[in-house]
Design a protein around this ligand. Structure first.
Ligand code: KIV
Ligand code: ZN
Length: 538
């Protein structure tokens, strides 16, 4: 990539060659996304999301923060070993222990990457790190050099980059590149910047850092003001060539820039943004559904690209226009994001072969055992529900298949309820391979009795913060999809369960949340940069 500049403040260096317009898509769903409240994923879940990201052509998958727990370390290693084309990155603070652990996790990948970071804003340096700028600068050089001795693909991020003083940012970026960083990522950690300002910041770095052409500039935008995607696109115009993003925009607080929005904005507006990336957009719906099914984070109906209403047309005028020419109200086709019109799939007489091909069409490729589990649940559902729709299958497979390695498994539930008291629940679970029962557990209502029975079998202190039921499709025989949120010592997890019986769906959702809590408890990462000398010991 070649560039020219007159050095003035607002003049971004011009990117000349076509190759220079290739944008690297760095997905951090499994790291920044997963570390946000309620989004915990276990190893199998992370691996299944990573497979879709790899298949869809994401360039870099940030698999996790390997020092944070054994589970995260193992997940990142498994992702690195499995990835066919994507680079797999592991996050590390500016500490040798973190960097070694990240390297150990990613080293077997096709092109491993270490991503190390350190705060550079006055606020973070003073209060979080309790370090002087010179010491931070020294730590940047030491940590990047340390990482570069292990791996030739090193990304460095100045955390809270957008609130960092420009002179200091330039000094750190220049030194990080000299120490061997191949990607410089500028995070808008608190989602504070606005497009024009972020454009100027990237342009300023390109104009002032003498060795900036030796690294790819990346951006990592949070969505606190709803500007993450706009800021990322402004940065591209200023010369950034890597965007960090997540499926469904999940991430810390208000989330990160949404991958699907970035990819579709680039694809749809080539006329004003002549950049291209390697993502096959037809995987977007599959990835979105998988992530929302696993995390329990429902996508808001009016969410761009992946919301339920994103391609729906209800008003008469719009429907009329659509019938005459779809382009009247659609700037992208549903097919371009892999969305198929909701169809009736099959009933109780459908065979396993048809079932497998239907799941394949919906984006699921299951092993024989998984297929057998899902088929059993499908037959059971079809016995109770006249018409089975795509949405039913998605809910069923997310619930049945991705959970088979969980510590706690639902077996059966019987409930006595109605206006005749008492309401009781009889429940059977398998906990770490052992069958356990709770009988005639009393509650104020059937849901309470069910949750008390779970608590009796697997005692815990977590409190129930949210219980929500929604029907997957229309009709009184619709499957119920239940979401529960549990909180324990300031940590929250979200569980989901689906079934044609609302109480069974409730029990499944609660059990799913407990399994996530078990994963979350394993994450024992020390607080970030707790003490200056510890943070710097590279
Ligand atoms: O938001 C942030 O600053 C981060 C860094 C670790 C890149 O997630
Ligand atoms: Zn972040």
């Amino acid at each position: 990539m070649s560039s020219v500049s007159d050095g003035s403040k607002s003049q971004a260096p011009v990117v000349r060659d076509d190759e220079g317009n290739r944008v690297v898509i760095f997905d951090t769903t499994l790291r920044d996304g997963e570390q946000s409240p309620g989004c915990t994923m276990n190893l199998e879940e992370k691996v299944s999301v990573a497979k879709v990201l790899d298949d869809m052509g994401v360039d870099v998958i940030e698999g996790g923060f390997p020092i944070s727990s054994i589970g995260d370390f193992e997940a990142v290693s498994a992702i690195a070993k499995q990835a066919k084309q994507a680079q797999v990155a592991g996050l590390a603070r500016a500490r040798p222990g973190d960097i070694d652990r990240a390297w150990e996790a990613v080293r077997h990948g096709v092109r491993p990457r270490i991503h190390t970071f350190l705060s550079t804003s006055p606020l973070h340096m003073k209060y979080k790190l309790q370090m002087e700028p010179d010491a931070v600068h020294e730590a940047v050089i030491e940590s990047v050099s340390y990482a570069r001795n292990l791996c030739d693909n090193v990304e460095w991020s100045p955390e809270d980059g957008t609130r960092t003083e420009h002179d200091f940012l330039c000094r750190c970026v220049e030194s990080a590149i000299r120490a061997g960083a191949t990607t410089i990522n500028i995070p808008d950690t608190v989602g504070y910047t606005v497009p024009e300002e972020f454009y100027e910041l990237i342009a300023m770095l390109r104009n002032r850092v003498p060795n900036i052409d030796k690294a790819i500039i990346s951006v990592h935008c949070h969505n606190d003001l709803g500007l993450a995607v706009a800021n990322s696109l402004a940065a591209l115009r200023a010369g950034a060539r890597q965007i960090e993003c997540t499926i469904n925009g999940i991430g810390e607080r208000a989330g990160n820039a949404a991958l699907e929005e970035i990819v579709m904005a680039l694809k749809t507006r080539q006329d004003v943004m002549p950049y291209h990336c390697g993502v096959d957009s037809r995987y977007i719906t599959k990835a979105s559904r998988l992530v929302s099914g696993i995390t329990g984070f429902n996508v808001q109906p009016n969410k761009a690209i992946v919301g339920k209403n994103a391609f729906a047309h209800e008003s008469g005028i719009h429907q009329d226009g659509m019938l005459k020419n779809a382009e009247t109200y659609e700037i992208m086709t549903p097919e371009s994001v892999g969305l198929k019109r909701s169809t009736l799939v099959m009933g109780k007489h459908s065979g396993k072969h048809a079932f497998r091909s239907k799941l394949k069409e919906l984006g699921y490729e299951l092993s024989d055992n998984e297929l057998a589990d899902a088929f059993y649940r499908f037959k059971d559902l079809a016995d109770h529900k006249k018409e089975v729709f795509d949405e039913d299958l998605v809910a069923l497979v997310d619930d049945a298949v991705l959970r088979h390695n969980d510590t706690i498994q639902f077996v059966s539930l019987g409930v006595h309820c109605g206006s005749d008291e008492p309401q009781t629940a009889d429940l059977e679970l398998v906990v770490s391979g052992e069958r356990k029962r709770a009988d005639k557990v009393l509650g104020s209502g059937p849901v309470d009795a069910t949750f008390r029975a779970i608590r009796q079998i697997w005692p815990h202190e977590a409190t129930l913060e949210l219980y929500q039921v929604h029907a997957v499709t229309g009709g009184t025989d619709a499957q119920a999809e239940v979401t529960v949120r549990l909180a324990e010592e300031g940590k929250t997890v979200i569980g989901q369960g689906a079934d044609y019986d609302t109480l069974v769906a409730s029990a499944r959702a609660y059990v799913n949340a407990l399994n996530k809590l078990i994963v979350k408890r394993e994450k024992t990462a020390p607080p970030e940069e707790a003490a200056a000398d510890d943070a710097l010991a590279v």
